[in-house]
Design a protein around this ligand. Sequence first.
Ligand SMILES: Nc1nc2c(c(=O)[nH]1)N[C@H]1C(S)=C(S)[C@@H](COP(=O)(O)OP(=O)(O)OC[C@H]3O[C@@H](n4cnc5c(=O)[nH]c(N)nc54)[C@H](O)[C@@H]3O)O[C@H]1N2
Ligand SMILES: Nc1nc2c(c(=O)[nH]1)N[C@H]1C(S)=C(S)[C@@H](COP(=O)(O)OP(=O)(O)OC[C@H]3O[C@@H](n4cnc5c(=O)[nH]c(N)nc54)[C@H](O)[C@@H]3O)O[C@H]1N2
Ligand code: SF4
Ligand SMILES: [Mo]
Length: 731
Amino acid sequence: MTAREVPTYCRICEPLCGLIATVENDRVVRLRPDRQHPLSQGFACPKGIAFTEVQNDPDRVLYPLRRIANGGFERVTWEVALDEIGARLRAILGEHGRESLGWYFGNPSTFSYSHTLWLLGFQLAAGLRHVYSAGSQDVNNRFVASELLYGSLTSVPVPDLDRTDFLLMIGANPVVSHGSVVSAPRIRDRLTGITKRGGRVVVVDPRRTETARLFDHVGVRPDTDAWLLAALLQVIFAERLEDAAALRDQAAGVAELRSAVARFTPELTAPVTGVDPDVVRALARDLAAARRAAVYGRTGTCLGRHATLVAFLIDALAVVTGNLDRPGGSVFGRELAAVSQLNARLRLLGYDQKRSRVGDFPDVLGTFPATIMAKEITTPGPGRLRALFTSAGNPVLSVPNGDELSAALRQLDLFVSIDLYLNDTNRTADYVLPATTFLERDDAPLPFTGLAPIPYAQYTEPVVRPYGEARQEWEIIDAIASRIGVQPFAFGPARPGGRALSALRRRLPGGGAGLRVRPRLLLDLALRTGPYGDLFGLRRGGLSLAELRRHPHGLVLGEHVRTGVLRHVVRHRDRRVRLAPPQILAELHALADTPTDPGYPLRIIGMRELKSHNSWMHNAESLIARREHAARLHPKDAALAGIADGDRCRITSAHGSIEVTARLTEDLTEGTIAVPHGWGHRGGWRRATAAGGVNVNLLMSSEITDVERLAGMAHLNGVPVRVEAVTTEQI
Ligand SMILES: Nc1nc2c(c(=O)[nH]1)N[C@H]1C(S)=C(S)[C@@H](COP(=O)(O)OP(=O)(O)OC[C@H]3O[C@@H](n4cnc5c(=O)[nH]c(N)nc54)[C@H](O)[C@@H]3O)O[C@H]1N2
Ligand SMILES: Nc1nc2c(c(=O)[nH]1)N[C@H]1C(S)=C(S)[C@@H](COP(=O)(O)OP(=O)(O)OC[C@H]3O[C@@H](n4cnc5c(=O)[nH]c(N)nc54)[C@H](O)[C@@H]3O)O[C@H]1N2
Ligand code: SF4
Ligand SMILES: [Mo]
């Protein structure tokens, strides 16, 4: 049979690079970068190319599996799996109510519009309380900061990379991560473009990263960005460098913020952050003087004890220097579909609309901190989590204290996982249901266009039919929901948008009662009624699914994002950015350095590597070959502990201990040790399991008191540890 070449796009990480898939006999035999993609223009990283190895992996789960007595799995039909799950669910819900049912959705779910949409429908229709996601290990603090600043959880400014003269980048390593919470293919070129235009990029990071090497590096002590940012604001206010006109125009609470940061002089903060007062002053002055500047932070600023405060101060700095919502500044993208607007209007998901049973944490977009999931399973009482679904997640490796979670999962009455693999979490599930890969489903970059400095859209059909008996998540969710009498998209006239949808359904071929709404139909509706939509013909040249199909390599929707949109973004009544909400003033007031415990003199941080992707791409031969899981530490710290390069070392925190190979490098600031997460596999992915390594999150705390209060963020960066040599006798 002849080969076909199909344009599609990668859905492993946020730039969503264009790919060309070669398909032979209904199998994907090759992936290569798409030169015709208008933004990625022939770029794809090694992971995107290696996805064929995931697609064709013999370790992939391709049939529904049911756990058997000896701990292994047996193949069952879909019908048996779904009927048994349905029956067990009905029994659990009958006895303990809806509150006993929960869901954890992991990072890859974000890249599938149909998965997230159906989960949302299920969550709302079933009144699900126990909802958890990778967000509490990733980005929820960023959303809460936006809620406090703009009154809109999902309005997140992104750096206008192609027009800025000065980028202050805090705790991000886009040269390796390819950019996150900013969707910009070829981000390395976009960053070097800034310096080529005569601008500057300053990278604040405890490690001289692959990104920091290309630009100016400020080494900071882990988990102290709040002090550094407060000091930058202090200097700007004290030296009257703020943009008074912008503040008058855009903000409320300026005087309160000014007085709240007044005590954070660079001299006060230097012993905490390790950043010299002269460096802080120069940085504040340069930022304020830059014609067009953007301030951007990512996971390095999200996983500490003050995560929401830090995200808040990052935007505050942009506002105070007059760089919010200005060309070349921190700008707001425009979503493909009016999801945020709709959500805000209907108040579907928000912030602090409910509180968790354990720990009394506010929800963020309907989710609670995944760190407390284990305790929600083990803590007796009404509302105890008894039946859990996971989809596209591996929380045993991604949340603090995976051993506690692993043990808790065994106490569930029912545990079902939807995944590509038997991973380190679902290896003890009652059922593992095979999901399609992204090459086996249709898609559009729904949430990501809103984070793109150059707006674009793309629609891809499935490149191949599902392998084996894999099914799309939405189909599985639909099937499970129907067995407990829940319909994710049963739009009756009483529901929002119900009348229109019911009418639409009736008009479809074969429509009427009993017809399921398919995601594709909702996508088309969302596109057509969205900001770029064709409004069913009212706006010529506007977007629809049909229009996107005419551009299989993707479509750029404008040269740059629009600016001057703040009044539409801000949902506070006065349409002003709030610079002094009480939660933030309280955090600033209480900010106090934790004295170093001599028992744990170092601080541990994470580290992403080009050929790893969180916990799930270690089974691809081309990515894992000749790699090791290793800690990086400064030679001076190593010498103090008697550790040489290549030695085994033991890292111990107040919560756990791991052993790993040590690699010495002067890239780390002294006192910091870096260990990648997502290693230490024990699942059905044989090559990944054979690769060795350990779960670094065994060092992290799942105590309620260690979870960040405002957004429920896990404390994964800047955790105090000590390091020791492992002597041969101990091995
Ligand atoms: N110490 C430390 N811990 C961290 C981080 C850190 O920086 N340091 N980072 C955190 C961050 S940012 C994140 S996002 C989390 C990630 O944490 P999680 O989202 O919990 O886990 P992943 O490692 O992304 O695992 C994804 C799972 O989804 C499966 N999968 C892949 N594609 C699909 C698909 O299309 N459908 C389905 N159904 N399954 C699929 C994979 O096989 C894998 O089992 O980890 C967090 N943990
Ligand atoms: N190759 C690869 N790419 C990925 C991923 C992957 O696993 N591998 N994961 C994807 C995911 S899910 C995400 S969320 C994104 C993340 O995207 P990024 O956030 O850009 O990626 P990281 O490499 O985690 O960068 C965080 C940086 O913060 C630094 N850091 C740690 N602690 C602190 C601190 O206290 N203060 C400051 N200022 N810096 C600190 C770290 O040294 C690190 O360089 O990457 C995505 N892309
Ligand atoms: S950078 Fe790599 S993994 Fe991310 S979207 Fe592009 S090809 Fe895929
Ligand atoms: Mo992430």
